[in-house]
Write a protein that binds this ligand. Sequence first.
Ligand code: GAR
Length: 200
Amino acid sequence: MKKIAVFASGSGSNFQAIAVAAQSGILNAEISLLVCDKPGAFAIDRAEMLGIPALVISPKSYPSKAAYEAEILQKLTSLDVEMIVLAGYMRLIGPILLEAYEGKIVNIHPSLLPAFPGKDAIGRALAAGVETTGVTIHYVDEGMDTGPIIASASVKVEAGETRETLQKKIQRIEHSLYPEILEELLNGEEEAVQWEKSVH
Ligand code: GAR
């Protein structure tokens, strides 16, 4: 069974959705590790509840990004991790991990990329008055929410929508789309799958 490490910085609801899918056999993979760069993040509590080991590691404790990532890489290598799944990991991936896991790092982002990359994608989409936003899953490169797109799902912005209601809709889609696409990537055809969904 393929081994995955999930990286998260915050609440970890996507991490939990992926872990539950793996534990219930919907996703044919083992979630070997949570990597969390924010001590105190709720993702760490979720890892404990799910019985998944967590590496809580603060970049501030290292002299450089390379040293920080080298420490993470050592842990991933010791666990034979084959794929890195970013789930609300609010940090750019540097050359150390990009080279070690070339083509094997994926990310989920709460907008239809290339629109609204970076932080607060949901709030900025709402403020811009778009009629449709969504979720994108993509391979990770050195950029901020760039890299080849694997799958996307669109979400209609209804009249009177608030940040909270839109976030809820987007996260509900994320929690089903991410495990589904990971299963395709890990256990489906070798080629990247191209998905498009429409959710209203
Ligand atoms: C998710 O909505 C994810 O798409 C977003 O952070 C949230 C994390 O929620 N990621 C980004 O904005 C990446 N640029 P979670 O911690 O509850 O999974």
